[in-house]
Design a protein around this ligand. Structure first.
Ligand SMILES: *Cc1c(COP(=O)(O)O)cnc(C)c1O
Length: 355
């Protein structure tokens, strides 16, 4: 029997992808910002309705470029412990110290009322995460950032297609970053992006992503984060189906909602959020109940994922200075259920029955 995991990569119809690949074989342009990476950049910019979008090789380098282009280094960055490890590893890799602020228990995003007490003279930025595609309290975070003159970088890896108060959820902050990894709702196999609000910072980031030089003119220290044409081709093929992808994920999520009604706790959707159905997180009463449910589900070959676990403030290579009881508690008893295009409704019914 087929094993069911939390996600399965979306693949477009073969012809959609192959028609682009065939063009690559004709023109022999494989990378260095060829026609497909340019076209995809434009299409994403249009889809998200943002001014400045940079397409890069993955969501982690997107975070690192965001920090670098805003000159954030050797300081403290306030962030959330409830995320994928890349949020905090990007901070550490750029030689900054992550300072963890606990999360809200309603939607698992950073608790804005606990940010100010963690600000010191070394604080340079705030890096919140719109976790599972739910919106952070962007208004309060912006007020705090203004008051203390801090940059805000949103890890918006889960937000593609989510809108908040009429704007793309990834259009807030100084920079928002996206991941287009194969497991994400919209993907380019590997890939990522930066939405940059200030034009000058955007141009700097674009220069940094291609080694910091233009021809023989070496302007600043750079790195290689250029995306290639095959990945861009996958993105172009997938983007044509984004409407169906979100619609199908919505149908599956609503089926779970209907079958599980009142049985398990779910994050609360903010007023004004048009959700993208990126994940289907459920909160169990206790870790013990979660583990018991996992055992029962394994018997029908279903393997949900403990997302996000453990709480990042207790990673072995991190100074254990910040206690985050809410995040540690939520991490211990939250799971994401299978949700992807192609998941059979009968399996969703089986899952809910077993629970
Ligand atoms: C997936 C993810 C990333 C990393 O993206 P990659 O493209 O895999 O490097 C960063 N942050 C969050 C919250 C993610 O889920």
């Amino acid at each position: 029997m087929e094993k069911i995991y939390v996600t399965k990569s979306y693949l477009p119809p073969r012809e959609d992808f192959f028609k682009y690949v065939s063009e690559i074989f004709d023109n022999c342009i494989l990378t260095n910002e060829g026609p497909f990476s340019k076209l995809l950049t434009e299409k994403i910019r249009y889809f998200l309705n943002v001014d400045n979008f940079s397409y890069v090789t993955n969501g982690t380098i997107a975070l690192q470029l965001a920090l670098k282009s805003l000159n954030i280094s050797n300081g403290e960055v306030i962030t959330t412990p409830f995320s994928y490890v890349a949020t905090v590893s990007s901070i550490l890799w750029e030689r900054c110290k992550p300072v963890f602020v606990d999360i809200e228990c309603e939607n698992f995003t950073i608790d804005p009322d606990k940010i100010e007490e963690k600000i010191t003279e070394k604080t340079q930025a705030i890096m919140p995460v719109h976790v599972f595609g739910y919106a952070c309290n962007v208004k309060k975070i912006e007020e705090i950032a203004k008051k203390y003159n801090l940059n805000v970088i949103y890890d918006a890896a889960h937000t593609f297609g989510s809108k908040y108060k009429g704007h793309s959820l990834c259009s807030y902050g100084d920079i928002s970053t996206l991941s287009f990894h194969a497991t994400k709702l919209f993907h380019t196999i590997e890939g990522g992006g930066c939405i940059v609000n200030d034009r000058e910072t955007f141009e700097k980031l674009e220069l940094m992503k291609r080694f910091g030089h233009v021809g023989d003119n070496h302007i600043m220290l750079g790195i290689n984060a250029k995306q290639d044409e095959f990945n861009a081709a996958m993105g172009l093929a997938n983007l044509e189906h984004i409407g169906e992808i979100v619609a199908e994920r919505k149908r599956i999520s609503e089926l779970y909602d209907f079958l599980l009604e009142g049985k398990l706790r779910r994050p609360k959707k903010q007023e004004g959020l048009e959700y993208n159905y990126a994940y289907y997180p459920v909160l169990f009463e206790s870790e013990k109940e979660l583990l018991a449910a996992f055992e029962r589900l394994a018997r029908i070959n279903v393997y949900p994922r403990r997302y996000f676990y453990p709480s990042l403030n207790i990673l072995p290579y991190i100074e254990k200075t910040d206690q985050c009881p809410v995040s540690e508690d939520i991490s211990s008893r939250i799971a994401c259920f299978p949700l992807y295009v192609g998941l059979k409704y009968a399996i969703v019914r089986n899952i809910c029955e077993v629970l």
